[in-house]
Design a protein around this ligand. Structure first.
Ligand code: SAH
Length: 257
């Protein structure tokens, strides 16, 4: 469980601290010195957010969400010191958590969905994430969407994400074990669909499950070989598709394992 890991003892967001209070044995409260590691985590994360802004992430909602979620609680204890570096990290079973810059970039693109046009402080409605992994991106999405459905095909990671997210008691994040290639019809229609794994093409099911005014952001195989980020908007006039920069994601695979 995240809370058993060493590293920055946590200074929790209001939601999380309420959850943690319920779990912790009643211990005398020690005064917090300004130089505790929790302050260090806040400071390091604030620097990460500054760096994201310098790299071109400009959506205030996304920067706030990246600043709020404690990434170090989602990675292995041996990697805690790298949690806020701009690097992807292994999360087990051959999978990786994307670097903060890629997570922020993709969520920023998602916030550009037609339905949110002209609403710089608006929230997305229901969002589907394909590839829960360690649950980090689902936690970030929870800050910018009213509801998050996140689907993972590997049982080990699905369970790990559940354990990582449990302390936060996020009633609006739903983790599903399943094959995200067929989407998740029960939560549809979605205001946004974001994939953390790259396939040949965007599955038809995702397009069907997207609301009009919604947007898909997904890595897909590019014509040149490799992968590129693809944005698909569902508008009243039909689908609008944009191919953006090259990216490198783990493969989208079918079936549950
Ligand atoms: N968003 C994650 C990153 C996960 S890496 C995080 O924040 O940690 C991508 C994940 O996609 C992997 O865990 C992989 O198992 C999963 N994946 C690949 N194909 C999938 C599919 N068809 N359905 C659901 N998950 C899939």
């Amino acid at each position: 469980m995240a809370t058993q890991r060493p590293g920055f003892p946590v200074r929790l967001t209001p939601t999380a601290s309420a959850a943690t209070r319920g779990r912790m044995p009643a211990a005398p409260v020690k005064p917090v010195a300004p130089s505790t590691p929790s302050m260090a985590s806040d400071a390091v994360r604030a620097r990460m957010v500054q760096k994201l802004a310098a790299q071109g992430i400009s959506d205030a909602r996304v920067l706030r969400a990246m600043g709020a979620v404690e990434r170090h609680r989602f990675v292995d204890s041996a990697l805690v010191n790298q949690a806020y570096e701009d690097t992807s990290l292994p999360i087990g079973l051959g999978q990786t958590i994307s670097k903060p810059n890629v997570v922020a970039r993709m969520i920023e693109l998602l916030m550009g969905a037609p339905a949110l046009a002209g609403k710089p402080e608006g929230k997305l409605g229901r969002v589907l994430e394909i590839g829960t992994g360690c649950g980090y991106q689902a936690a970030v999405l929870n800050h910018v969407a009213t509801e998050v459905y996140s689907i993972e095909r590997l049982r080990g990671l699905h369970e790990r994400a559940r354990a990582n997210l449990r302390p936060f008691r996020l009633a609006t994040v739903h983790l599903i074990l399943g094959d995200g290639m067929i989407g998740y019809a029960k939560g549809a229609p979605y205001a946004g669909i974001i994939a953390a794994a790259g396939g040949e093409a965007v599955p038809e099911a995702w397009i069907e499950q997207l609301a009009v005014g919604g947007r898909i952001v997904a890595p897909t195989h590019s014509a040149k070989g490799g992968q590129a980020l693809v944005v698909i908007d569902k508008t009243p006039r039909g689908l609008e598709r944009l191919v953006l920069e090259a990216v490198h994601f783990v493969p989208l695979k079918s079936g549950i394992a």
